[in-house]
Design a protein around this ligand. Sequence first.
Ligand code: 13P
Ligand code: SF4
Length: 400
Amino acid sequence: MATTLRDPVIPITEIEHSAFCRTDESLASKPLVEELKANIRWQRLPKEYMGMKPEVLYPRIRAAKEKLGKRAVILGHHYQREDIIQFADFKGDSFMLSQNAARQKDADFIVFCGVHFMAETADILSGPRQQVVLPNINAGCSMADMAPTEDALDAWNELSQVAGSGLIPVTYMNSTAAIKAMCGRNGGIVCTSSNAAAVFRWAFERGEKVLFLPDQHLGRNTGVKVGVPLDDMVVWNPFKPLGGLSRSQIQAAKVILWQGHCAVHTRFTVAQIEEARRRFPNVKVVVHPECTREVVAAADLDGSTEFIVRTVAQAPPGSVIAIGTEINLVSRLAHENPDKTVFCLDPVICPCSTMYRIHPAYLAWVLDNLVEGRVLNRVTVDEETARYARIALERMLGVV
Ligand code: 13P
Ligand code: SF4
């Protein structure tokens, strides 16, 4: 089947990523109307919420949360602003939060302060009575946006014809529910950054070749971890016929990496690591595996957000730790570990702009409406997609 080549589209989320970069250290929220001046396209809210200062929004959120009681559970991803995390009943990485959501049997509403693919996963894993709400419906993930479902399905059709039956599709959590379902339907699996190596081993026990979506860096770093030579990994460019590869390149490859990346994690460089080592010869450098291969190779440790949290918590007092991940998490870890020196490798403060889309005004707005019996910004996955996506997620759970 031939691929329908579409015009290259740079996701809006990708364009937005530098909108909130700054050199001063403050990560405090401004009224929504002020933040919208950064030339971004976020969901519009009723006027009364637009100009509210955080100090006005906090008691409002607290009051709504109290009225809703156990009927609503608020989940906060590690990359959320402090202004949001303070209201979270649970904080954690994307998968832990979804599992937590599934355990909250009393909760009718799961208010997911994170991004769209996380809310989809929560809907797939939660009970049929539960409704998942994403406070700002535009909160996507620029990396997930680099793998539109139609492009991924086209690539799968083409690749499975060229590569044969030994090709196993593996997708990172940061992808649409439909791509997870494609993996479920075709003998594939989902992974997170904490179990990617175990998932790759699972895939190589069942086939000879892996198609990994959508983050080429996590895929490459994981391939290296499980012993795949760099020369045996190729990059699939969705904007070129046959991904820009020849049939023989596809047939010879062990890992085919989707050409996607995270704009937050690709900001980290080897020069920043060298600078940290020059300033603090005893520094431990810990980075997320969405960083480039060179950065991961130059760091001391790499792992998921939960791994980074654990590494800092378990380090002895007096430790110096430089981190390559999203700034809201790094800043929280520095604050929570005053007996250690914890800092971000990047001197420019650049939050993940899509996680940043969950401003306290959105949280207040959805909670106020839930109190009034109105469910806004519900995220749902249709039954058929959810069934196959669940298969791929359950395979992952069987691996770890
Ligand atoms: P986690 O799966 O560790 O939560 O990370 C998600 C993410 O988006 C990292 O950039
Ligand atoms: Fe997506 Fe990167 Fe933001 Fe994570 S940090 S949600 S991968 S854009």
